[in-house]
Write a protein that binds this ligand. Structure first.
Ligand SMILES: [Zn+2]
Length: 68
């Protein structure tokens, strides 16, 4: 077990195993087999819902300005 200079146990960072990473890529559907979304490394988080809600907010503000 690793200890730092104060004698406290250093907890190893929980890191995804290659198998877990592969499963994340398979389950993702946003990226290709290598985990890339276009030229960007995919974090396997679908943000399209967040983006759409942000867009709706923009449209609401724009439409409000148009109406007298
Ligand atoms: Zn992905």
């Amino acid at each position: 077990m690793n200890r730092d200079r104060y004698g406290e146990v250093i907890e190893p960072e929980p890191e995804a195993t290659p198998a877990e990473k592969a499963m994340a890529i398979v389950n993702c559907g946003l990226c290709d087999d290598n985990g890339y979304r276009g030229v960007v490394v995919c974090d396997h988080v679908d943000r399209s819902d967040v983006a759409r809600r942000g867009l709706e907010k923009c449209w609401k503000i724009l439409n409000r300005k148009k109406t007298p």
